[in-house]
Design a protein around this ligand. Structure first.
Ligand code: NAD
Ligand code: UDP
Length: 315
C-alpha cells in the first residue's frame, strides 16, 4: 500500500510518516518547508519505504504509480504562522485541497483531510459535536484558516457526492508533542520554552479561556484508524482529548513540571480567540473505537524532557 502525506515535514505529518512506515506502508512525503523542517524527517531519508518530494501542493500534483491513500495535512497550523501567511494559508486549503482531491480521484485513492476544531469558531455549543455548524467570523484575522478549513470540508464533500470519492474528515483539536517548533507561537511550546529559560509566561487575556490538548501519539492512532477503517466514506470525526483546562492552569502546570521560577504575565487578548474548546468524541469512540489514552500531565512530562534538550537550539 502506498500513501501520499502532504505536510510530511511538519509536526503531525512527520509522526504520521513514521507510523505508516512502521505499519508496512510505502510513504511519499510532500512538503515545501514553509513551517516544517527537514530535521523532522531526516531519519527517514534513505529509508527503502520513504520518498520525499520537495513540492508546493498549491501546484498541480502528479506522481507515477499507484497511490492507495492521500492524507492532506499541508497547512500552517499555528495562529502565529497562519496570520503571518494569510494568503498562502488560504491557497493551501483551497487550491492545495483541490489538487490533492483531484489526484486522489485520478488514483482511486482514499482521501483524509486534516480539518480543525477552528471550523467551530467561538462555539455556542459545548462540548462541540460534529453536528454543530460553528460560529465563525468570516473576516477576522483567524478567518484565513477557519474559512479555508470550512471550504476544504465542503470541497471534500463535493468530491464525495459528485464523484463517489472515499473522503474522510478529521477535525483535529489542539495537539502537542515532540517535533513542534519551539518558536511556532503555539501555547505549549511557548510556555515550555519560557519556563525552561526562567522567563515570564505570556498569557493573552485573563487566561480563563480553555483548550483541550491531545498528545501526538493518541492523535496519530486516531488518524491511522480513520485512514484504514472501511465504510467511513463522507464521514467527519472530532479527534482530540476532552480533558479541558484553562490557559492559566496550563501555565501553572508547566511552571510546576519544569520546576521553574517563571512568573505569568497578562497581555491583551488576541482577536477572536475562542473562549472555550472541547471535543465531543462520542462518535470517534463508538465508530472508530478510538479515544486518547495520555493524560495531559503525562504527555507534558515527555514533551518537556524533549524540549529541555533543544531549548538552546532555534527549532
Ligand atoms: P505544521 O505547521 O507543523 O505542519 C504543516 C506542514 O505543512 C509543514 O511542514 C509545512 O511546511 C507544510 N506546508 C505548508 N504549506 C505547504 C504547501 N503549500 N505545500 C507543501 N507543504 C506545505 O502543523 P501541524 O501541527 O503538523 O498541522 C498539520 C495539519 O493538521 C494542518 O493541516 C493543520 O491545520 C491540522 N491541525 C493541526 C492541529 C494541531 O493542534 N497541531 C489542530 C488542528 C488541525
Ligand atoms: N496563548 C497564550 N500565550 C501564548 C500562546 C497562546 O496565552 O504564548 C493562548 C491563546 O490566546 C489561546 C490558547 O493559548 O487562547 C491556545 O493558543 P494556540 O496559539 O496554541 O492555539 P489556538 O487554540 O488558539 O489555535
Amino acid at each position: 500500500m502506498r500513501v501520499l502525506i502532504t505536510g510530511a515535514a511538519g509536526f503531525i505529518g512527520s509522526h504520521l510518516c513514521d507510523r505508516f512506515i512502521r505499519e508496512g506502508f510505502y510513504v511519499i512525503g510532500m512538503d515545501n518547508f514553509l513551517t516544517g523542517s527537514p530535521n523532522n524527517i531526516a531519519h527517514l531519508f534513505g529509508h527503502p519505504s520513504f520518498k520525499f518530494l520537495h513540492y508546493n501542493v498549491v501546484n498541480y500534483i502528479y506522481i507515477e504509480g499507484k497511490v492507495d491513500v492521500v492524507v492532506h495535512l499541508a497547512c500552517p497550523a499555528s495562529p502565529v504562522d497562519y496570520i503571518k501567511n494569510p494568503i498562502h494559508t488560504m491557497k493551501v486549503d483551497s487550491l492545495g485541497t483541490l489538487n490533492t482531491l483531484g489526484f486522489a480521484k485520478l488514483k482511486g485513492a482514499r482521501y483524509i483531510f486534516a480539518s480543525s476544531s477552528e471550523v467551530y469558531g467561538s462555539p455556542h455549543v459545548h462540548p462541540q459535536p460534529e453536528t454543530y455548524w460553528g460560529y465563525v467570523n468570516p473576516i477576522g484575522p483567524r478567518s484565513v484558516y477557519d474559512e479555508a478549513k470550512r471550504f476544504s470540508e465542503a470541497l471534500c464533500m463535493a468530491y464525495y457526492r459528485e464523484h463517489g470519492l472515499d473522503v474522510r474528515i478529521a477535525r483535529i483539536f489542539n495537539t502537542y508533542g515532540q517535533r513542534m517548533r519551539i518558536k511556532d507561537g503555539r501555547v505549549i511550546p511557548t510556555f515550555i520554552e519560557k519556563a525552561l529559560k526562567g522567563e515570564p509566561l505570556p498569557i493573552y487575556g485573563d487566561g480563563l479561556q480553555t483548550r483541550s490538548f491531545c498528545y501526538i501519539d493518541d492523535l496519530i492512532d486516531g488518524l491511522f484508524k480513520l485512514s484504514l477503517r472501511d465504510g467511513l466514506e463522507g464521514e467527519v470525526f472530532n479527534l482530540g482529548n476532552p480533558e479541558e483546562i484553562t490557559i492559566i492552569d496550563l501555565a501553572r502546570l508547566i511552571v510546576e513540571l519544569t520546576e521553574s521560577s517563571s512568573q505569568i504575565v497578562n497581555l491583551p487578548p488576541r482577536p477572536d480567540d475562542p473562549p472555550r474548546r472541547c471535543p465531543d468524541i462520542s462518535k470517534a469512540k463508538s465508530i472508530l473505537e478510538w479515544e486518547p489514552k495520555t493524560p495531559l500531565t503525562h504527555g507534558l512530562v515527555e514533551v518537556v524532557s524533549w524540549f529541555r534538550d533543544r531549548v538552546g537550539l532555534s527549532l
